[in-house]
Write a protein that binds this ligand. Sequence first.
Ligand code: PGA
Length: 264
Amino acid sequence: MSGSTIIPWVVGNWKMNPMQANAKQLVQEFKQLLAQHDIPAAQCHLAVAPVTIALTTVQTALADAARPVHVVAQDVSRIAGTGAYTGEVSAELLKDSAIDYVLIGHSERREIFADDVAAVQAKIKNALTAGLTVIYCVGESLEQREQGIADQVVLQQICDVATVISAEQWQQQMIIAYEPIWAIGTGKTASPQDAQAMHAKIREGLTQITPAGQQIAILYGGSVKPENAAELAACPDINGALVGGASLNAESFYQIARAFADNK
Ligand code: PGA
């Protein structure tokens, strides 16, 4: 038991997966697992982040789950509102479809789609203004870790966005996900000690920025699987997991959620 009073979050990031039929099956299997052995909502929040085109379908499919499973967008436009912006989905449009959560700043978006600080700030600002809860992803590269600047990089990523977040928004609409880039999709997880050390630094940084610092959930992401979930969950400043690959298997995702519900 970690002793934390923050209810953990276990969030599945499906990335650009799976095909419709598999998504349907995944949701059905996950619902069955929850129906057989529920994970009480008071012990763990659950969410999945499907591709944009599947957000509302998955939301409908999850509506009759034994407990709430929230649906999260994987990204949002840097442009607010509506208008002539081909290919974009704004925060207001997500909210209008009752999608209340969004991932922002995932390293794949920063690296592959050139989401720079200005883009991340604009996305967070729009999302918070539209009333969404933001899961803000931070994390260092292997090179940065080897250079001994991992803490600095991660804290800078938090400071980068602090100017666009009010005290009230920190308290009510912000979740942080620490994902060391070298651990994403590689099978290499940060050791619970290293992850806890970074989470404690993030917590310290957050408490300097906002009075809500002690209450903000800080999730760990990067090759989380059933085998390492309990150890990570037992760390005091790890308040959940952002799960990529293992969230595409209902049983694995369920076991990770179970580990967080049981060990917090
Ligand atoms: P992974 O991905 O669990 O497959 O490492 C995590 C993420 O990128 O959110």
